[in-house]
Design a protein around this ligand. Structure first.
Ligand SMILES: *Cc1c(COP(=O)(O)O)cnc(C)c1O
Length: 379
């Protein structure tokens, strides 16, 4: 079979996306070069304003990457040594790293069975007198239960910080990712729904005081050119990335619509394949399908089977954070978060990008069907 399908189905098609918008992107890049507006500059200001409007918040502060965005929010809130911050057990490590970088202690909470999103009941159980904040992650592009988490935050006087790195544009009850928590961290890593051509990130908030503080910390603690009033860091979104993102932002809604359509087709086609659990969607706009993640019994076997047919896939993420070496010192151990642990052993992310074609999707699903029926993967 594999010889009849030599062409790779890429996990994400960034080259295809560049060619689709080449003229616009090239013009924007050349504009920055012609003005040498590499740090700061007009494109950055325009992008920050446009992204605030897009998210439905007052301020956007561009920064170096999504990890820094979360770190800057925590620092600006004065969170550090002696404090605790609750994060989900299954997410990209950056969510926890941002907490660790401040000197605060990471406290993990399990996720729910249906959506693999942080479980509000588990959050509540993890609260101690030292808890200062919680960071729900909109994992795979689907909004966490912000209504319940906000209520918990209010009840216990905790700050809710959204990790929106995978959820640009996800929306529920007319509010988008980035506009619900006190502040939100976004990543513009190239493969994200809104991706730069290098690293990039942003803090989004409607709290003007917090925004000022973040802006200062991100720019060497500056109030003005030589007025360094606190010890900051250098974490800025550069002019080239801002210009690229300004162009791409105009197409984000189109891309998210395309992603949702691809997800719906996968789900429809996979309905007749035995032993595959497809992702559940809370409401039509709440999911922007940064990733399309299925669950199967023999994940490793299926991944190999797809690779043999030149179909790329991913695992997000193979180990929950409490079982990684980096967080072994917290002493949780296997069994601490059973829902996250089980999910991590069964998940597989299928090719997903706006540029994915129906033909590619049919090929992916037929390869999965072949494995699940003939190799007994459905057990
Ligand atoms: C990508 C990502 C980040 C970090 O973003 P970087 O820009 O790579 O630092 C944080 N959290 C989640 C959930 C992510 O997927």
């Amino acid at each position: 079979m594999s010889t009849t399908h030599p062409e790779t189905v890429p996990f994400v098609d960034l080259v295809g996306q560049y060619h689709r918008y080449k003229a616009e992107l090239d013009r924007a890049i050349a504009g920055v070069l012609e003005n040498a507006a590499f740090i700061g500059g007009p494109a950055l200001g325009r992008f920050e304003e446009a992204f605030s409007r897009y998210c439905g918040a007052k301020h956007t502060i561009g920064c170096g990457n999504g990890t820094d965005a979360l770190f800057l929010i925590l620092r600006a809130l004065g969170i550090g040594a002696g404090d605790e911050v609750i994060v989900p057990a299954n997410t990209f490590i950056a969510t926890a790293e941002a907490v660790s970088l401040t000197g605060a202690k990471v406290v993990f909470a399990d996720v729910d069975e249906r959506y693999s999103l942080i479980d509000p009941a588990a959050v509540e159980a993890a609260i101690t007198p030292r808890t200062r904040a919680l960071i729900p992650v909109h994992l795979y592009g689907q909004l966490a239960d912000l209504r319940r988490l906000t209520a918990i935050g209010e009840r216990h006087n905790l700050v809710v910080i959204e990790d929106s790195a995978q959820a640009h544009g996800a929306e529920e009850d007319g509010r988008r990712a980035g506009s619900v928590g006190r502040a939100s961290g976004f990543s513009f890593y190239p493969g994200k729904n809104l991706g730069a051509y290098g690293d990039g990130g942003a803090v989004v908030t409607s709290d003007s005081q917090l925004a000022d503080k973040v802006r200062r910390i991100a720019n060497h603690g500056r109030a003005d050119k030589f007025g360094h009033e606190l010890v900051g860091v250098n974490s800025r979104l550069d002019g080239l990335q801002a210009a690229i993102l300004e162009v791409k932002l105009r197409h984000l809604d189109t891309w998210n619509t395309e992603r949702r359509r691809h997800a719906a087709l996968y789900t429809e086609l996979l309905a007749s394949v035995p032993g595959v659990k497809t992702p559940e969607v809370k409401s039509a706009l709440a999911h922007v399908f940064h990733l399309y993640v299925i669950r199967v019994q023999d994940r490793e076997g299926l991944k190999r089977h797809l690779a043999e047919r030149n179909i790329q896939s991913g695992i997000h993420y193979p180990e929950p954070l409490h079982l990684l070496g980096a967080y072994a010192h917290l002493g949780y151990g296997r069994g601490a978060f059973p829902v996250a642990e089980r999910a991590c052993s069964e998940i597989l992310s299928l090719p997903m990008s706006p540029e994915l074609t129906a033909e590619q999707q049919h090929r992916v699903v037929e390869a999965i069907r072949e494995f699940q029926t003939q190799r007994g993967g459905a057990r």
